[in-house]
Design a protein around this ligand. Structure first.
Ligand code: MSP
Length: 513
């Protein structure tokens, strides 16, 4: 089995500052990247910015800046967001980089060579905001204006000479691919949407524009700019040294294991992208996972609606682990989910402060007080203790399976449940009662509960990396030993060294916060 794993986020339009929707796509991808790493995979995790096209050109003009300067500035805010979100991306690609130009040029040439590109004239509806073409039946009249039914954004009539990609020729091959690779598009509801769209019949796709200049020129016909989606999707290859398909990076990581995207850009990733790749004679990604939207006031966040939630502000007030945990625990990954500060507070208090955080703190201070600050031996565990420990250990294959299906909600539910059970075990076992009358029993309880804390912390590590590292470091487990294997291994606790002090992990949030 190959031990490499390639995961990507969408590359973001640097047209305005990052918001919670962007943070959401990135955090999800980071959690999978971190999990696969502690599972022992060699992970390549890519994110970046999508800098070409009419939307960016217009935005730059509005700000009276040259597009490149405008992009440099905003792309930097996305790059610094990766730090604030504590992402472990290996690379940050910008579509204005030379490595990307090279790769897009090669894709174009391959499509020409395969006979999939022809020159014609486009006339139809285009949304600059979505950078998408729409058919007549995909638009509607709203307040006297023509808008896309799906996104609500304004469309305009476009007529210009354009290169076309023979998308229609790939319809059957795409349907065959969806059929043969049942998990190519997840969740299933999204796959059905895509399938029925393709079944209705695909039209050839306009893949160049002539009415603006900000983008990658078509090789040999520079008055045409390559359609921003053909340009953008290719980033996933550019980061792996494409067109050098003999490079280690390309050979190790292509095809991608999963593209994490929002449901609004599913069509581009699950129809256009595989069709481009088929035509270019390149392997297809193994999966496209389309998550739902984070809603603010029950609506998708957008600049025009003025309902943007700023992740940086929330992180300042509550902490990054807290936000990561909340988004994964409370928003169902495949569906839309509203978030509110009230729920965030409850989640921090109930799950993090009262449950996991409190358990670690209570257990460690008990050990400090009663066991010379060292984890006691587990020589005399009873059936009940062993059962608790085994319960977690035996669940590892099914937890890995959940992650491999991007079923993060079920995963976190199970792990949090382990934490509730551990708390209950500690309370019910009453180690304090045995201090004098049966120290062996007290030791067994403490050993069991620390073993559980260790295992739960490793499982929570991809979601709340900062806090779990603190807990694991305080029981002398170093960062490099934060591995799924160390859950299954017996005797991975260090009984020789004293525990390190653990600061308060999660401050409770008061109502006036
Ligand atoms: N540039 C394209 C992607 C190209 S990928 C080859 C793009 N950029 S975007 O900045 O508009 O959006 C990037 C991602 O953020 C998308 O996955 C989108 O779904 C996600 N989100 C934007 N708003 C969102 C919410 N309100 N909620 C969750 N995610 C949403 O599209």
């Amino acid at each position: 089995m190959s031990k490499n794993f390639y995961i990507t986020t969408p590359i973001y339009y640097p047209s305005g500052k990052p918001h919670m929707g962007h943070a959401y796509s990135s955090i999800i991808a980071d959690i999978f990247a971190r999990f696969k790493r502690i599972e022992g995979f060699n992970v390549y995790f890519l994110t970046g910015t999508d800098e070409h096209g009419q939307k960016i050109q217009k935005e730059a003009e509005k700000n009276k800046k040259k597009p490149k300067i405008f992009c440099d500035e905003i792309s930097e805010t996305f790059r610094s967001l990766t730090k604030i979100l504590n992402l472990t991306n290996n690379d940050f690609i910008r579509t204005t980089e030379p490595r990307h130009f090279k790769s897009v040029n090669e894709i174009w040439k391959r499509l020409i060579k395969s006979g999939d590109i022809y020159l014609d004239k486009y006339s139809g509806w285009y949304s600059v905001s979505d950078e998408a073409y729409y058919d007549e039946d995909e638009i509607e009249n709203k307040n006297g204006k023509k808008v896309s039914k799906a996104s609500g954004s304004l469309v305009e009539w476009v007529e210009e000479e354009s290169y076309f990609f023979k998308l229609s020729a790939w319809q059957d091959k795409l349907l065959e691919h969806y059929e043969k690779n049942k998990d190519f598009i997840l969740p299933n509801a999204r796959k059905n949407e895509v399938k029925s769209f393709v079944e209705k019949g695909l039209k050839d796709l306009s893949i160049s524009r002539t009415s603006f200049s900000w983008g990658i020129p078509v090789p040999d016909n520079e008055k045409h700019i390559i359609y921003v989606w053909l340009d953008a999707l290719t980033n996933y290859l550019s980061a792996l040294n494409f067109p050098d398909i003999n490079s280690d990076k390309y050979k190790s990581f292509w095809p991608a294991d999963v593209h994490i995207i929002g449901k609004d850009i599913l069509r581009f990733h699950a129809i256009y992208w595989p069709a481009f790749l088929l035509a270019a004679n390149l392997p297809l990604p193994k999966r496209v996972f389309g998550h739902g939207w984070i809603l603010s006031d029950e609506k998708k966040m957008s600049k025009s609606l003025g309902n943007i939630l700023d992740p940086i502000e929330i992180i300042k007030n509550y902490g990054i682990d807290q936000l990561r945990y909340y988004l994964i625990k409370e928003v169902s990954l495949g569906n839309d989910g509203s978030i509110s500060m009230e729920n965030l507070k409850n989640c921090i208090n109930n799950d993090l402060a009262n449950n996991y955080g409190n358990l670690c703190q209570r257990v460690f201070s008990f050990i400090k007080k009663n066991c010379n600050n060292k984890i006691p031996n587990g020589n005399s565990l009873n059936e009940n203790d062993l059962k608790l420990i085994r319960n977690v250990k035996n669940s590892i294959p099914s937890l890995i399976d959940l992650i491999n299906k991007q079923n993060l909600n079920e995963y976190i539910k199970k792990v949090v449940n382990f934490s509730f059970e551990a708390n209950k075990y500690f309370n019910d076992s009453e180690p304090w009662v045995f201090k004098k009358k049966d120290p062996d029993r007290m030791n067994a309880i403490l050993f069991t509960i620390v073993e559980q804390i260790k295992n739960i912390s490793i499982l929570l590590n991809p979601i709340i990396p900062i806090s779990t590292k603190k807990v694991l470091n305080s029981i002398n487990i170093s960062d490099k030993d934060i591995l799924i294997d160390n859950i299954q291994k017996d005797n991975s606790l260090n009984l020789e060294k004293e525990l390190k002090d653990l600061d308060i992990l999660f401050k409770k949030v008061e109502d006036d916060n």
